[in-house]
Design a protein around this ligand. Structure first.
Ligand code: S0N
Length: 265
């Protein structure tokens, strides 16, 4: 597959996927998601690969979620409606990260916001730069991930904190994320990749079958969220086709204050 939106490299047992759209803080569009799915499947099939690293290009962002400039009332690729869903294959991407039988490490090098935050939440492990910033922004821009983005997040940080994260759309420092158990380790920005490589080395020394079975076991307990996610993405496709959702998206793109007051009925 020709790759325009991600970088993909394989070295000494590690596959590294870098979202490469730094001008939009590595926000993803339909093509970006398709390329990431392809890369995860390639790493899945490659017996030389024992661990996958997901990161973002540049030093500003890991990923800022769905590209709001590519989104309209018909979703992210104009296909819209029930058949086209939201126009992003995010459920397939989430499934690839969860189901690849190898550990996936998010190396968070900056903003992890919205759908970008959900990506690191789903990864097995997260190592954060001390400049990383975490948060959900869906209710600000007329969107939500009511599947893994909320239900699985609550398992990690607890119900109260997960509700705070989504309802207030605050941003959290790497240290705050560490305190709430949202990341495994915080390191200086300069050491992010060296630390991540060290974790990869330690993983690669371990039994691949044991790691695979452990991952399946961890996943089994939250597997029901996949069904919730289907409902969530189905409802999101319908929600995108409303004035309320477009108000959120338009306010972000037009760089103005959002006004949802008229939708409180
Ligand atoms: C990341 C933020 C907080 C950074 O703020 P800052 O430092 O003030 O920089 P900006 O000037 O805002 O941004 C720099 C440039 O990057 C562009 N940009 C940033 N994010 C996006 C984006 N998501 N889409 C398109 N462009 C983006 C800016 O426009 C700017 O470029 P210029 O100067 O040329 O205009 C801040 O940028 C921010 O809040 N970004 C938006 C984050 C966001 O709302 N993401 C989507 C959130 N959606 C959800 O949470 C929905 C749930 C979900 O997870 C999901 C589920 C399924 C499918 C999709 C999604 C999804 O993520 O939408």
């Amino acid at each position: 597959m020709e790759l325009t939106d991600i970088l993909y490299e394989k070295k000494q047992g590690t596959a590294k996927i870098t979202i490469n759209r730094p001008r939009v803080y590595n926000a993803f569009r339909a093509r970006t998601v398709r390329e990431m799915i392809w890369a995860f499947r390639d790493a899945w099939d490659d017996n030389q690969i024992g661990v996958v690293v997901l990161t973002g290009a540049g030093d500003k962002a890991f990923c800022a979620g769905g590209d709001q400039k590519e989104r309209d009332s018909k979703g992210y690729d104009g296909s819209g409606g029930l058949a086209g869903g939201i126009g992003l294959e995010v459920e397939a991407l989430h499934a690839a990260i969860r189901n690849i039988p190898k550990p996936v490490i998010a190396a968070v090098n900056g903003y992890a916001i919205g759908g970008g935050h959900v990506l690191h939440v789903i990864c097995d492990l997260t190592i954060a730069s001390d400049r990383a910033i975490f948060g959900q922004s869906g209710p600000k821009v007329g969107s939500y991930d009511a599947g893994f983005g909320s239900a699985y997040l609550a398992r990690i940080v607890g119900e109260k904190k997960a509700r705070e994260i989504w309802y207030l759309c605050r941003q959290y420092t790497a240290e705050e994320a560490l305190q709430m158990g949202l990341v495994n380790k915080v390191v200086s920005h300069e050491n992010l990749m060296a630390e991540t490589e060290d974790w990869c080395r330690q993983i690669l020394e371990k039994s691949p079958t044991a790691l695979k079975m452990l991952k399946y076991s961890f996943n089994a307990d939250s597997a029901n969220i996949e069904g919730i996610s289907q409902l969530a993405m189905g409802s999101l496709a319908m929600f995108y086709n409303t004035e309320e959702a477009m108000e959120g998206r338009n306010a972000f793109v037009e760089k103005r204050q959002v006004n949802f007051a008229r939708f409180r009925k």
